[in-house]
Design a protein. Structure first.
Length: 250
């Protein structure tokens, strides 16, 4: 059974950098486990951070515009074809780590058969991995339009302003019904020491869990394109124990 982590929040909040830090920690703690990175953000920034320009997306399967690596096998049912196509667009990053990009997704109320077929194929793919990390578009609704799957941990990334924290509260409210009872909380990014007490008090008053913080540094302000940050990695290690995730390799 896979463990599913969703990283949500406003574009530019630091979702991709946090996602990559989680990937690094999971690979260190569970070197034999398989990990799927699921880029559900319309910018495709997660894939770009690995130096990839992935054009073959789940949307391409839906729209019929996908360019397959190999010839399409004959004699498949439509369900089998979608499952095969999903496999075809997976990109291997390293041993035990793959990435897939969704791009646009269809509306949940669409009655066309492809919507259900993609949902089923994505769910089947997800359950094959030990860990799945979703880099999401704003909240969980957009992900749910693609695949209806339970989420074990939802992290809402917010910047250290009152407006951003109020937005984080709304994101948790929007996402709650899609999280299926999994742990959900806010990660405050780029925090200066003098601001932390005010910010955490604001979220406490709003009945929102603060699961962790990431300190402000010039490195995060400049925003390296590869989104690899030692600062974020060390911060995640500090609050990892609070998360509803395996703490050590079993």
């Amino acid at each position: 059974m896979s463990i599913k982590i969703a990283v949500t929040g406003k574009s530019g909040s630091g979702k991709t950098t946090l996602t990559k830090s989680f990937l690094k920690i999971l690979r260190e703690n569970f070197p034999d486990k398989s990990i799927l990175l699921f880029d559900n953000d319309l910018t495709g920034e997660l894939a770009h951070s690995f130096g990839l320009d992935i054009r073959n997306t789940i949307y391409g399967i839906r729209s019929g515009k996908h360019e397959y690596k190999t010839g399409i096998p004959q004699g498949m049912t439509k369900h089998e074809y979608v499952e095969w196509a999903i496999e075809d667009i997976l990109v291997s990053l390293s041993d035990n780590v793959d990435i897939i990009v969704s791009w646009f997704v269809g509306a949940k109320d669409c009655r066309c058969p492809i919507t259900g077929q993609i949902n089923d194929a994505c769910q089947k793919l997800i359950e094959r991995y030990d860990f799945v990390i979703f880099d999401c578009e704003f909240d969980l609704k957009y992900l749910n339009q693609l695949v209806d799957t339970d989420i074990d941990l939802t992290l809402v990334v917010a910047n250290p302003t009152i407006d951003s924290l109020h937005l984080a509260k709304r994101i948790t409210e929007f996402s709650a019904k899609y999280a299926a009872g999994g742990q959900m909380g806010v990660i405050i990014n780029k925090v200066k020491d003098e601001n932390i007490s005010t910010l955490t008090e604001e979220l406490k008053n709003a009945d929102v869990d603060v699961l962790g913080t990431v300190p402000h540094t010039q490195e995060l302000v400049s925003g390296a394109l590869d989104r690899n940050s030692q600062v974020v990695y060390e911060a995640v290690k500090q609050f990892y124990f609070r998360l509803n995730l395996p703490q050590e390799n079993q």
